[in-house]
Design a protein around this ligand. Structure first.
Ligand code: GAL
Length: 378
């Protein structure tokens, strides 16, 4: 029996950095780096996004890889990716053209799924541009789901309809394994925090088998590339972005150029403790305690992990250094309970001891702390 997406999918996608500038050479180089440095940590899907095909289908109505970008065809690329121990992902769209104007799968669902399966595709990102006004969004995702299953290959179905028709209520039921719930991320603080804030209360149905996808990470882009728009994130903002994705058990698809990633960004995305929180088998969303005051915005996230562990995240969204306070009564542990949490810092491994009643951390603007631990009698 094959069970896809039992943990939040992890990998890399070409869009954030490269947009239309993709090629066989680029994908092979990325596969080499991924296999060498990231596969062991769990990043297994290498996904080619939009702009990979010719502008027209062939005589049999099939999609054709652009021979200028992929001179040996897509099967050769898939074979190379597989030879590195990775899984191979591709992209199409539920509308009549992709967002960049290439042919897409509306009314070609079954032939396209068969083409992808024939090439050895393991993951399909399925976008929503140029969708007919009279089209039925849910039915078209359901149709592609059936087409992928008919193809005879296990293909992880990554839907991307940007939250249209509130996909958190129905995408699981049409067989997808993850669904983009928001518009596109950009490599700046406002973009990724707006995305998170819009989804914080929509993660309860995000669980093994099908996840709320809040888009590819921008960690390590530093403003370079296709979605490098606005004031680029700094390292502390990347730390916050990664911590939020992990606390939500959201899919972890990297988006930066892995061939020349900064050591800081690399260490962040390889942080085993954070990945462990993301990949926790229960995949529970956190309890959210938010505070918006004259001092700015802060969030305390409390996440149940498997085996009676917990993760506690303190986030300073404001543009000033400030104290962020976690009051344990907010997650069911008032002083009178007689229990505290024995915590350690997930980023540094530093012990924080037995904490109870409340915890205060002075955090720089846009900084965060994540702690993990277990309950203990005081
Ligand atoms: C958008 C999608 C992006 C990317 C792009 C490609 O609709 O949200 O993640 O796939 O299309 O054109």
């Amino acid at each position: 029996m094959s069970l896809l997406a039992q943990k939040p999918p992890m990998g890399w996608n070409s869009w954030n950095t490269f947009g239309e500038h993709i090629s066989e050479d680029l994908i092979k180089e990325m596969a080499d780096v991924m296999a060498r440095d990231y596969l062991k940590a769990g990043y297994e899907y290498l996904v080619i996004d939009d702009c990979w095909s010719l502008m027209e289908r062939d005589e049999a109505g099939r999609l054709v890889a652009d021979p200028k970008k992929f001179p040996h065809g897509m099967k050769a690329v898939a074979d190379y990716v597989h030879s590195k121990g990775l899984k191979f992902g591709m992209y199409s769209c539920a509308g009549v053209r992709t967002c960049a104007g290439y042919p897409s799968s509306y009314d070609h669902e079954f032939v396209d799924a068969a083409t992808f399966a024939g090439w050895g595709v393991d993951f399909l990102k399925y976008d929503f541009c140029n969708f007919p006004t009279t089209g039925d969004c849910r039915m078209r995702y359901q149709m592609m789901s059936m087409a992928l299953k008919a193809s005879g290959r296990d293909i992880l179905f990554s839907a991307c309809n940007w939250g249209v028709e509130e996909p958190w209520h129905w995408m699981r039921s049409v067989g997808t394994h993850m669904y983009r719930s928001t518009g596109d991320i950009q490599d700046n603080f406002v973009s990724f925090t707006d995305i998170v804030k819009s989804q914080l209360d929509k993660f309860c149905d995000s669980a093994p088998g099908c996840y709320n996808d809040i888009d590819m990470l921008t960690v390590g882009m530093y403003g370079k590339g296709n979605v490098g728009l606005g004031q680029p994130c700094n390292d502390s903002e990347y730390k916050m972005q990664f911590a939020l994705w992990c606390m939500l058990s959201a899919p972890l698809m990297m988006g930066a150029d892995l061939r020349n990633l900064s050591e800081t960004a690399k260490a962040l995305m390889l942080n085993q403790e954070l990945i462990r929180i993301n990949q926790d088998p229960e995949c529970r969303p956190p309890i959210v305690v938010s505070k918006v005051s004259d001092w700015g915005e802060s969030y305390v996230l409390f996440k149940h992990l498997a085996d009676n562990e917990f993760a506690l995240g303190l986030f300073n969204f404001s543009d000033k250094k400030r104290n962020v306070q976690a009051i344990f009564a907010d997650f069911g542990l008032p002083e009178s309970a007689g229990y505290g949490l024995e915590l350690k810092d997930a980023f540094t491994g530093e012990e924080a001891g037995l904490c109870h009643d409340y915890l205060i951390r002075e955090l720089e603007s846009h900084d965060c702390t994540v702690l993990v631990g277990r309950m203990k009698a005081r």
